[in-house]
Design a protein. Structure first.
Length: 203
């Protein structure tokens, strides 16, 4: 497999799905090709796509004037399930998730409480409270050191369904520990799977 050609073909397919990052093709290609050659040679197409989605959902530029991070696209969110800011992991998750929700869901009054998490054991309950489009929600995440509770994704899809946007969160993985999220319709997810050959899970 010629990895660079495969990346080009995949980006063209994404463009037909409404995700156009062709202007950043060279940057994206290099983000994948910097992997050691022996590791890259052992990867299949799905793993290559996982790395590509990580880059699309994670790379970008910092706007000095606005003092904020500008991602390549507002349609893919990729994050490491092993989190750095443990006490704010769900607050940060909602902040980044709101980027791909395209204004259809707005989170306000976000509060995160980790007082029930044992500092030595790294376990317990970490509570996140917020309002979505004015409605109050609360989720008690199961803490395990610096790992994100994947059941939060199920909870967020329940929130989205209650808001009746006609869309859902669809997820896949990069084959390692990154979670890649799309906010789309069921029809879109079907076309994605047909074009790119990757199954999207609906939490």
């Amino acid at each position: 497999m010629n990895v660079k050609e495969y990346i080009h073909e995949s980006l063209e397919k994404l463009r037909t799905l409404g995700i156009d990052v062709m202007e950043q093709e060279e940057i994206l290609a290099q983000s994948v090709l910097r992997m050691p050659e022996d590791i890259l040679a052992d990867m299949d197409e799905e793993q290559i796509l996982g790395l590509l989605f990580d880059s699309i959902g994670g790379l970008g530029s910092y706007d000095e004037e606005k003092q904020c991070y500008l991602p390549m696209t507002d349609q893919i969110y990729s994050f490491d399930m092993e989190v750095f800011e443990i006490s704010q992991m769900y607050t940060n998750f909602l902040k980044e998730l709101s980027r791909i929700l395209q204004g259809e869901l707005v989170f306000t009054d976000v509060e995160e409480d980790d007082c029930k998490v044992g500092q030595e054991s790294g376990t317990g309950i970490q509570t996140i409270r917020f309002r979505c489009n004015g409605t109050a929600y609360e989720y008690n995440a199961k803490a395990y050191y610096d790992w994100f509770d994947p059941r939060m994704l199920i909870f967020m899809n329940q929130v989205i369904r209650q808001q009746n946007t006609g869309k859902s969160l669809y997820i896949t993985s990069d084959g390692y520990q990154n979670c890649i999220i799309f906010y789309q319709t069921e029809e879109w997810a079907g076309k994605f799977q047909e074009l790119l050959g990757i199954h999207l899970d609906q939490p």
